[in-house]
Design a protein around this ligand. Sequence first.
Ligand SMILES: NC(=O)c1ccc[n+]([C@@H]2O[C@H](COP(=O)([O-])OP(=O)(O)OC[C@H]3O[C@@H](n4cnc5c(N)ncnc54)[C@H](OP(=O)(O)O)[C@@H]3O)[C@@H](O)[C@H]2O)c1
Length: 293
Amino acid sequence: MKTDTILITGATGTVGSELVRALANRGATVRAGVHSVIKGDRLKHLNPEVQLVELAFERPETLVPAFTGVDRVFLITPFSPEQVAVARQLIDAAKAAGVKQVVKLSALGAEAEPGIQLGRWHREAEQYLAQSGLSYAIVRPSSFMQNFITYHADGIRQQGAIYLPLGQGRLSYIDAQDIAAAAAAILLDDPIRHHGRAYPLTGSEALSTDEVARIIGQAAGRDVRYVDLPEDAARQGMQGAPQWLVDAMMELNAIGKAGYAATVAPDLERLTGRPARTFAEFAQDHRTAFAAA
Ligand SMILES: NC(=O)c1ccc[n+]([C@@H]2O[C@H](COP(=O)([O-])OP(=O)(O)OC[C@H]3O[C@@H](n4cnc5c(N)ncnc54)[C@H](OP(=O)(O)O)[C@@H]3O)[C@@H](O)[C@H]2O)c1
């Protein structure tokens, strides 16, 4: 029996690569939309059956071949001020190709008014999708556990420290593996059951950064401390980054510090049929990334 072809945009990223793995493991027909085929090649190692297709947002001529023959799309847009324009372009391409379902990766709290810049960008793209006439669903994850690898592994390895301006704020961190598992559950189900739904996806506990540091330290077998940065020092630490990025990160951290990112939602467990992975499990799996330099 022919299975749906599922296109993942941004397939080499944190969530995309986990979703390629999750869907391929479940026997789905996966088409990985990759910025460059060379970088995407390592997805083939996850599963040789995965189709690789070039999909570069700044090269519109890559859209039609990438979307042709696709039944469902998981839409990942990178964190950038262009993400709304990119999302519109991808949604238009999905519609033109006759895709039957689009599932969009958004962010926890994207619906909040007036919210923060990052949420407003996601909300605008969500609204465009809702008005497209396509069958759709939205997943809104909390902060990724993987951020501690992407942004903090060097500081942890070299100085045994996590520098963040989060005060004692608690965040309900989620493992990207869980986002992928929830997305796979939606993409392999009847689209009608999810049409118009927006799922907040979170871990099962909200942790302070002190607790995160302790858990990572235990997994890596070393002391890791949290250094609570004052706002000025946090801005200073991002010197050289574009202003939009500094402002967006400061806003994001401010809502975390104020306790607005501590929501624990039941949707992940309902979609996947199992509890969310704990931070301790994540840290244990990735302990070598945090080991002393
Ligand atoms: N991090 C968090 O805590 C968090 C929480 C909630 C929501 N989110 C949302 O998650 C999304 C990001 O997901 P992620 O972390 O999985 O992404 P990611 O790891 O940053 O990866 C981004 C992907 O997009 C691709 N890409 C970048 N520019 C491209 C272009 N011009 N054309 C085609 N592909 C391009 C990248 O490929 P190359 O590397 O080859 O360029 C990569 O595959 C954002 O929308 C963000 O707002 C993040």
